[in-house]
Design a protein around this ligand. Sequence first.
Ligand code: HEM
Length: 129
Amino acid sequence: MFPPIFGGFRKALKDIEYGRYVIPEGWQIFWVASMTHMDYSIFPEPSKFDPSRFENQASIPPYCYVPFGAGPRICPGYEFARIETLVVIHYLITHFKWKLLCSDNFFSRNPTSFPSKGLPVQITPKKIL
Ligand code: HEM
């Protein structure tokens, strides 16, 4: 929802009309991934916890999942980063027990989202049989 690289710059090569706005040729545009991921017109309940929200390709238009950008400059580390994340999460979950030590935690944005009080957890190794 809020990727660590939260957006990027593009330069308008010609005048572009977007919504009711004209972006003149030569202007810099900063696109923000979370604005698309939280768009009510695409996801009727954008704040709902729904890890599968991007999987139903039939019901969402193209380019609605953009944590790695899109188009010719899409992140070349896309698949590597996804696999690496899955492998790390897999081992953290299957080899360790987790206990959250801070229950009254909230998220802040500066400019990306992070837990306001850090994320203190107690991690205990599991016995692997
Ligand atoms: C969670 C991890 C990562 C995220 C969220 C991420 C996100 C992004 C985003 C948003 C862009 C800009 C795409 C665009 O302008 O459309 C980008 C570009 C890029 N990323 Fe990643 N990235 C990640 C991991 C990686 C890894 C692991 C590598 C290399 C092994 C990598 C290499 C690059 C490179 C070289 C570019 C520039 C591509 C270009 O401008 O043509 N990234 N990434």
